[in-house]
Design a protein around this ligand. Structure first.
Ligand code: ZN
Length: 164
């Protein structure tokens, strides 16, 4: 397979704009560095990863990803109110903040702050884009072989990737 084709074991850099079904821009890499991920490692949502398979540097594509292939369906029990004093003191809690909570098996799971009252904080285990279609416009900027270390870690290193 040609070296510039997106496949498992490749580190792919791409620019993207993400819109919801109303056409509002939710997220974008424009004006920043390209997002880098290791193909086949589940670094990005499955629907986008699948759509990029076999594409090449310079390719531009539009991808519509359903919730089941994106950030999942919403589950209402994911919204919880917790006492504010359960947060460490000195943290300026704000709506939209993301932090790690302890999941059922002890590993961290992401939660988002969606509301603040004097004594309670409302958190949501749903990703903000859960239950919504993801409308991506993507331009592939780079494709290269992953290093053995990147394969072992399951993510890319360097610009746009993980920094240790
Ligand atoms: Zn690493």
């Amino acid at each position: 397979m040609a070296s510039d084709v997106v496949a498992a074991g490749k580190v792919v850099g791409f620019h993207y704009t993400l819109r919801n079904d109303s056409g509002a821009v939710v997220d974008s890499s424009q004006g920043g560095e390209a997002l880098s991920y290791l193909h086949g490692a589940g670094n990005i949502v499955p629907g986008l990863e699948n759509a990029l398979t076999g594409k090449k540097i310079g390719d531009q594509l539009k991808v519509k990803v359903s919730p089941s292939e994106g950030y999942g369906e919403r589950f209402e029990e994911g919204v919880q109110q917790i006492p504010r004093d359960q947060f460490p003191p000195g943290i300026d809690i704000q709506v939209g903040m993301q932090f790690g909570a302890e999941g059922p098996d002890g590993s961290p799971v992401p939660v988002w702050v969606i509301g603040i009252a004097p004594d309670t904080v409302t958190i949501d285990f749903n990703h903000p884009m859960a239950g919504q279609n993801l409308n991506f416009e993507v331009a592939i900027a780079s494709v290269r072989d992953a290093s053995p270390e990147e394969m072992q870690h399951g993510h890319p290193h360097g610009p746009g990737g993980h920094h240790h």
